[in-house]
Ligand binder design. Structure first.
Ligand code: FMN
Length: 113
């Protein structure tokens, strides 16, 4: 999920999207990419972690954050933000691990939620 942050919160449209789709979220891993001003949307992500658990998603530990987002990307869309690049690699690794593990678990027993 990609989110901006306004006044320490995530956008209402994202909440509506989570609320509108129900069973499709179940037993799915989710990673967060946030952007914003000085805080880079980190508080929005912390709020989202609470919400996605309620629809039976599995938030991974690592997230990617771009503070001062207007300065974070070159004209060709690349970034030199080493922390973000490192976090993205870790997050994608964790997403893959959880996706594989949850799928294998579903072969043993259906998700009980
Ligand atoms: C009213 C307002 C409040 C904002 N509050 C935050 C904030 O709490 N935390 C943050 O990281 N960025 C904050 N920002 C910066 C925005 O996240 C940033 O401008 C971002 O580009 C907005 O995303 P968007 O252009 O996709 O709508 C705020 C910007 C505005 C205009």
């Amino acid at each position: 999920m990609v989110t901006s942050e306004y006044n320490h919160g995530y956008p209402a449209a994202l909440k509506t999207a989570i609320d509108s789709v129900k069973h499709e979220w179940r037993a799915k891993p989710v990673g967060f990419v946030s952007y914003g001003g000085l805080s880079g949307g980190l508080r929005a992500v912390e709020q989202l972690r609470q919400v996605v658990v309620e629809v039976h998603m599995v938030p991974v530990r690592e997230s990617v954050s771009f503070h001062r987002v207007k300065h974070a990307f070159a004209a060709d869309g690349t970034t030199r933000d080493g922390a973000a690049i490192d976090s993205a690699q870790r997050m994608l690794g964790q997403l893959g691990w959880w996706a594989t593990t949850i799928r294998a678990g579903g072969d043993i027993a259906p998700y009980p939620g």
